[in-house]
Design a protein around this ligand. Structure first.
Ligand SMILES: [Zn+2]
Length: 256
C-alpha cells in the first residue's frame, strides 16, 4: 500500500528572518505549505491550508507580508490535481495560526483534526482572530491528543509536537525504513535541526526545544523530517526519490 504525499505551495510570507529564528537576519521569504495526503482506499486528507486568497498583498501582524497569486490557493491547487475540495474528508491543522488554518473554508465538508488543547485555546482568542474564525465555520471537529491514527489503519499518525503552540501536532507517514514527517512549525527550516535553531517566540521555549530534540532524534534514526517553511528543501524533493518514495515534487501551476 502506497500513501502519496503531494506538497502544495499555497503562498509566501516575507518577513525579517529573525522572526523565524533568533540567529538569522535580513529579509526572508518563506513558502506557506499545504500537503495533500492520498490514501489508496480511504480517500484524501489535507495537512494545513496555506494562506487565504484575501490575504494576498496584505501585511499581517506588522511583519508578515503575504503573497498568494491567483491559482495558488489550496482549492485551485487541488482542482489542478483533479481533486474536488468539497470531497476532501479530512483536514488536519498542525496548529491554529493564520498560515496553517485560516483557509479552512476552502474544504467545506472536511472533518477538522486539531489537538484538543489547541482548539480550546484558539476558541478563547479574539472573535476576529484567523484561527478562531476558521474553527467556527461548522466543520465537525475531531479533537486529537498525544497520538491519533488518521485513517484508522496505522499508516498515518498525528502526534503531539508542542512548544511552538500549546497544541501543535505533526503527521508521520509510514514507509519502508522509517517515516516521512510533516513537522509543521515545530521545525521551520532544514537548518533548524543541526544545530537546534531557536524561534524567538515559541509559546513554551523548554517544550519547543524538547520537541525539536525529539525530531532531531527521529531524523538521525532515518525519518525524513519535512520542515514547515523551507522553500529550498521543498523544491529539492525529486519525483520518485529513493529517499522519499511517497513524495511528489512541489506542485506548481504551469505559469509559476
Ligand atoms: Zn507557519
Amino acid at each position: 500500500m502506497t500513501i502519496r504525499i503531494h506538497p502544495l505551495h499555497c503562498g509566501d510570507i516575507t518577513a525579517p528572518a529573525e522572526v523565524f529564528q533568533v540567529d538569522l537576519s535580513g529579509p526572508r521569504t518563506v513558502p506557506v505549505m499545504a500537503f495533500l495526503i492520498e490514501h489508496p482506499t480511504r480517500g484524501h486528507a489535507v495537512f494545513d491550508t496555506g494562506l487565504r486568497p484575501d490575504m494576498d498583498g496584505r501585511t499581517l501582524f506588522g511583519d508578515y507580508a503575504c503573497s498568494l497569486p491567483a491559482g495558488h490557493d489550496l482549492a485551485s491547487r487541488l482542482q489542478a490535481m483533479d481533486v474536488d475540495p468539497a470531497k476532501v474528508g479530512r483536514l488536519v491543522a498542525s496548529h491554529s495560526h493564520f498560515d496553517h488554518l485560516a483557509a479552512a473554508d476552502l474544504l467545506p465538508n472536511a472533518d477538522l483534526y486539531i489537538q484538543a488543547a489547541e482548539c480550546a485555546q484558539a476558541l478563547e482568542d479574539h472573535p476576529k482572530s484567523w484561527g478562531r474564525r476558521a474553527l467556527e465555520l461548522g466543520h465537525r471537529r475531531v479533537l486529537t491528543g498525544a497520538s491519533h491514527d488518521l485513517f484508522g489503519d496505522g499508516s498515518c499518525e498525528l502526534f503531539a509536537t508542542p512548544g511552538h503552540t500549546c497544541g501543535h501536532q505533526s503527521l508521520r507517514v509510514k514507509r519502508a525504513g522509517g517515516h516521512d514527517v510533516l513537522a509543521g512549525d515545530a521545525c521551520y527550516f532544514c537548518e533548524t535541526l543541526e544545530p537546534l535553531g531557536v524561534q524567538p517566540h515559541p509559546q513554551d521555549r523548554e517544550v519547543y526545544l524538547a520537541t525539536l530534540t525529539r525530531l532531531r532524534g527521529m531524523a538521525r534514526d532515518g525519518d525524513f523530517i519535512v520542515p514547515g517553511h523551507d522553500l529550498g528543501f521543498m523544491a529539492s524533493i525529486p519525483a520518485q526519490s529513493a529517499l522519499t518514495p511517497t513524495f511528489s515534487p512541489v506542485s506548481r501551476p504551469p505559469n509559476g
